[in-house]
Design a protein around this ligand. Sequence first.
Ligand SMILES: *[C@@H]1O[C@H](CO)[C@@H](O)[C@H](O)[C@H]1NC(C)=O
Ligand SMILES: *[C@@H]1O[C@H](CO)[C@@H](O)[C@H](O)[C@H]1NC(C)=O
Length: 364
Amino acid sequence: MIMRICSLGCIILSLASWRSVQGSRSEEDTFIGWQGEQYAAFHTSTASDEVIGEGSLFSLNETARPAWIQTISYKPRAMVYHNFLSDRECRHIIDLAHAQMKRSTVVGSKNAGVVDDIRTSYGTFLRRHQDPVIAAIEHRLALWSHLPASHQEDMQVLRYGPTNKYGPHIDGLERVATVLIYLVEPDYGGETAFTESVWSHPELQGQAERANLSQCARGRVAYKPKRGDALMFFDTMPDYKQTDVHSMHTGCPVVEGVKWNAVKWLHGTPFRGDEYERALKEPFKPLPDPGICANLHEMCETWALQGECKNNPGFMIGAGASMGSCRLACNDCERCAEGDMDCYRRNRDSGGFLNFDESELKGI
Ligand SMILES: *[C@@H]1O[C@H](CO)[C@@H](O)[C@H](O)[C@H]1NC(C)=O
Ligand SMILES: *[C@@H]1O[C@H](CO)[C@@H](O)[C@H](O)[C@H]1NC(C)=O
């Protein structure tokens, strides 16, 4: 009988009386909340180097923002890590990514990337361990997910403007979990909504009903993007094998403003393990800005004369997410005078790359 009503609370109580007998004052072995302690120090580098790792961009001021983890649903298993990133980390990711952001494609027939209406956004990938800040974020995610950093795919960075959305889908591709990290929150819409879901607690459901969610998110387990927060959900059942049909989700259309997020997919085994090992050793070589019209190979002019621009456009001009190696030789862009920003913008546009206005980042 005692065992049945005596759960964790009872253990803590008995521990408490044991402690008072022992008169323990040592700081390491007390529970948070034991004597009113707070989690405020969670993200400070002195208190928790392990959580942060080298290269982290939490400033002292930002540590005042509490980090906590909240389970929002068991169907699918989904949780939110509030303040997973600092503002500076959000900005850093955007700074690394934006020059290479290209209109997104989905996998079409014959595995060729095709632009279609389901996924209408700009995106690019950051290499794993690309720099110390990305490495620190990957380490933090490994601690949270209990899956090593080698199981993470490269970070995909995405930008959705008004009407851009990602229709309902299951992530699949042997992914066990998906992590969506919000970098810039839209003014309205852009929620991540689970179409076959149940809130973990009626109180959360009540909060969602009172919040002004967009039409697409109403009545569903949905998360309204907030800068720095991360939403993690499992794509598989607890056996890590069968797909969890409750993980069906949609990126609701952005109605007002712009949404930027970063996506991390997690696997049950190392993802391209050799590539990851190389990334740990080799410094990252940034690609040139596609606004600057250039040949990236000395043979470009020769190849162009041999008709390669027409015969091999993917390599020469660029297709899908990749940038062409000989855009100049193929007359696919304009040669710009140095610093001619309008000319760079035209080249970015014609190559399918993103131009954006700094103000949409809302001061980060
Ligand atoms: C931290 O906050 C103080 C007081 O608000 C401000 O003066 C200082 O500039 C801030 N430092 C940083 C690095 O943001
Ligand atoms: C919800 O927000 C939208 C966009 O800001 C606004 O147009 C609408 O009036 C709001 N609805 C309510 C009930 O507050």
